[in-house]
Design a protein around this ligand. Structure first.
Ligand code: ZN
Length: 414
């Protein structure tokens, strides 16, 4: 079923019962708002957790329409051939659809995961199964949508994320995980890209949203470079496909850890000399740098210190209205150094890129793996450099280096 406020069918008599929202599953009392109706003074309680999708409350029904399924022959086009490892993973996905089980695609960053799913999507639509490609991150959703649209030229693909609703048929959807709240047992093949990304691991509710949107015989494909125990449990140990090599075949870059307490320098408004010598080297070699910081408030003071030395430098964060323009300036070679929060840990690709992580001790393992994944993604520059500047060598730092070395040896067993 599909929840739509003007649907003919009553799915739930009311949206909220005893501080439980039947649409999003929220049970947190602090996320409900209660007031007395001006009409009959009756108490009405509504859910604030999913208010962005329209109101779910204790007085009105949740309406919707029945799910439909339709076979569709879809062709897709790829500019390159999948290599043997990708081809094998792609067949495993088709097999999972056929045998109605879940699958974990445990793949290094830059493995070409999206393209690996194309055959599965084609196969599922041919069988009349409803397909959803979802991610917790809006940036990833937009990027995946463009790639699917380029590849599946004749397909009508729904695109849904906060504020955007382009719907054709609900049969082939690209959306954020949140948008699945409006679907009940509807999708038969669900691909979750970047399943380790915020906010999915922190909000167990979202996983239950995915499971409810899935039909009884659905296969769910989890794609990640850092699987958790919960993910392995969901798919079963026998249903893990590992890709430990990037699509271009080169090793992943091993990060170098350098001791530097960057925050001490920022406090004293002094230039951190080890960072400066790295940036001098990068700009002298005509390369670009993404410099990651763990929190927004470090951006401005750092920018004002570094701007004295580097004029082609910018900073971005998630709420920055000029975020897209600044990323484009970097692509267009107008900017050499981009200071950023974790907002650019996924979904961006630049040529000739090196990465520096400041206060690396404050990032966790999954974040560091993603950040390292930014370098060496292009065939023309498959290696790149990564430096962690940290004041202590944490588990996250050690595990990132250990895991990358293991991937390079083809030994990234879970
Ligand atoms: Zn809700």
């Amino acid at each position: 079923m599909i929840i739509t406020h003007d649907g003919p069918k009553v799915i739930f008599e009311v949206g909220v019962v005893d501080h439980t929202c039947l649409r999003c599953g929220n049970k947190d009392k602090s996320l409900f708002y209660e007031y007395a109706s001006t009409f009959d003074n009756k108490k009405i309680c509504y859910c604030m957790s999913c208010i962005i999708m329209g109101r779910s409350d204790s007085s009105n029904p949740i309406r919707g329409i029945n799910s439909e399924r339709e076979k569709m022959m879809l062709n897709y086009h790829l500019d390159f051939d999948l290599n043997d490892i990708q081809e094998n993973a792609s067949d495993k996905i088709v097999d999972a659809i056929d045998h109605k089980h879940h699958l974990l695609l445990y793949a290094v960053t830059g493995a070409g995961k999206t393209e690996i799913t194309f055959k599965g999507i084609q196969y599922a639509r041919q069988k009349g199964l409803n397909v959803a490609f979802v991610s917790p991150r809006i940036d990833v959703v937009k990027e995946v949508y463009l790639r699917l649209r380029d590849a599946f030229k004749d397909a009508q693909i729904d695109l849904l994320y906060s504020g955007v609703k382009n719907v054709y048929s609900h049969m082939f959807t690209v959306c954020t995980v949140h948008q699945l709240m409006n679907y009940i047992e509807h999708y038969d093949f669900i691909i979750i890209d970047e399943v380790d990304a915020f906010p999915l691991p922190d909000e167990p509710l979202l996983m239950s949203v995915i499971l409810r949107a899935a039909s009884k015989n659905a296969s769910i494909i989890l794609m990640t470079a850092t699987p958790t125990r919960d993910m392995i449990e969901l798919v079963g140990k026998e249903n893990i496909v590992t890709i430990s090599r990037r699509y271009h075949g080169h090793d992943l870059t091993i990060p170098k850890n350098i001791y530097q307490d960057i925050e001490k320098y920022i406090k004293k408004k002094r230039a951190p000399h080890k960072l400066i010598s790295l940036l001098d080297g990068i700009t002298a070699r005509d390369r670009k740098a993404l410099v990651f910081v763990p929190e927004i408030k470090m951006l401005e003071p750092l920018k004002s210190i570094l701007q004295k030395r580097y004029s082609r430098l910018e900073s971005v964060y998630s709420g920055d209205p000029e975020r897209m323009e600044k990323v484009q300036l970097m692509r267009d070679n107008q900017v050499d150094i981009l200071l950023t929060t974790t907002i650019l840990e996924r979904g961006v690709t630049f040529l000739n890129l090196d990465v520096i992580v400041l206060s690396a001790e404050r990032f966790d393992f999954a974040q560091l793996i993603q950040i390292c994944g930014r370098v060496g993604r292009k065939i023309g520059d498959p290696i790149g450099n990564i430096w962690f500047l940290s004041s202590e060598k944490t588990y996250g730092i050690k595990e990132t280096i250990r895991r990358i070395k293991a991937f390079n040896k083809g030994q990234a067993k879970l």
